[in-house]
Design a protein around this ligand. Structure first.
Ligand code: PMT
Length: 218
């Protein structure tokens, strides 16, 4: 028998990259495939939860039994996440752009004698921090990720404190690891209790283990 510890609970999950427009036909983004976030949404649904998955553009089918909201930019993702609250659990696996272009061109940028354009950036809202510090709708359990290429644990500990989440799932995203886009992940679970490193496993298994852990901590 499958255990369904999240029956009656609402879970919000973010997944995939965001896209930040430069002009009508160009954008800035990253290599997130959505595999890890989508696997978490699927595992939460299998555990009985009512799941809302807010995802940036990915080449994955919508998981069965999950409400999927498709967005492009970080600001759109924040709006969709806020609309999905209240929830018991929120898990932020999306690779959200930290910055967006300050002045999006209304027409396609042209090559010309002035040479290449310079782009100025402004900071995007932090979706995880906004939800973790929400004055009235903070979920009971807030789980962030930390994508690092160096000092993985130290940087994850700093994110735990700065963003106000209960858990941080830290992973090394250096190119050699294949974490972005691959099917396996090595994660470190960082909380006030300390750090636990899980053996490398499939993203589906990471998702199932994370959902089991979260259900236990409720
Ligand atoms: O999609 P895959 O190809 O399967 O790859 C999975 C993954 C590497 C994308 C995933 O495991 C992962 O690490 N996701 C978080 C990526 C990230 O942007 O991490 P970060 O360290 O930059 O951000 C820290 C946390 O804040 C994350 O939970 C992030 O979702 C959240 N955040 C960041 C910026 C922002 N503006 N809003 C946010 O909510």
């Amino acid at each position: 028998a499958v255990s369904r510890p999240l029956v009656g609970k609402r879970v919000v999950v973010t997944s995939g990259p965001t896209r930040e427009a430069i002009d009508p036909v160009r954008y800035l983004s990253n290599n997130s495939s959505g595999k890890q976030g989508h696997a978490i949404a699927k595992a939460a649904a299998e555990a009985g939860a009512e799941v809302v998955l807010v995802t940036g553009p990915v080449n994955l089918p919508d998981p069965v039994g999950v409400t999927v909201v498709h967005v492009e930019s970080a600001r759109d993702m924040l709006t969709a996440v806020e609309q999905a609250l209240p929830a018991t659990i929120a898990i932020f696996a999306a690779a959200v752009a930290d910055w967006r272009v300050a002045d999006v061109a209304g027409a396609k940028l042209k090559k010309g004698p002035a040479g290449p354009p310079s782009l100025a950036f402004v900071e995007n809202p932090d979706i995880l921090a906004t939800v973790a510090k929400h004055p009235s709708k903070r979920p009971q359990l807030v789980v962030g990720f930390a994508a690092e290429t160096e000092a993985v644990i130290d940087n994850a500990r700093a994110k735990l404190a700065r963003k106000g989440s209960d858990l941080i799932v830290a992973n090394d995203v250096g190119v050699a690891t294949g974490t972005f886009g691959g099917d396996a992940n090595t994660v470190h679970i960082v909380s006030a209790d300390g750090v636990e490193t899980w053996a490398r496993q499939s993203k589906d298994d990471v998702a199932r283990a994370l959902i089991a852990l979260v259900a236990k901590r409720l």
